[in-house]
Design a protein around this ligand. Sequence first.
Ligand code: FES
Length: 117
Amino acid sequence: MSDGEATHRVDGDAHRVDLVWRDGREETVRARDDETVLEAAERADVGLPFGCRTGACGTCTGRLLAGDLDHARPPRALKERHRADGYVLLCVAEPHSSCRVEVGTAVHADLVDNPWK
Ligand code: FES
């Protein structure tokens, strides 16, 4: 999906990434092709949760709402069904278009099995 790409790009090589928290907060950062969402957020001084930075722990889990991104390393912390539901690991996820991503600790909490459910 590339809606808004032409109107929102400011650099030739930057993808617009809208970060959305469940409490309604939103921030927009720019990610280069070789940059992960986590790196782009850090460059913009936007704090996102993270741990291992290698795709192993799941602390940085987000959910892709729109756009296109790929994992630069295997997203080992995600089960196949989580990936199918749009969950992504922001420490290894590189945008290839403008993206909209749900972020914050509540997204990772979705993946933890709830024994009472
Ligand atoms: S920080 Fe551990 S999987 Fe991303």
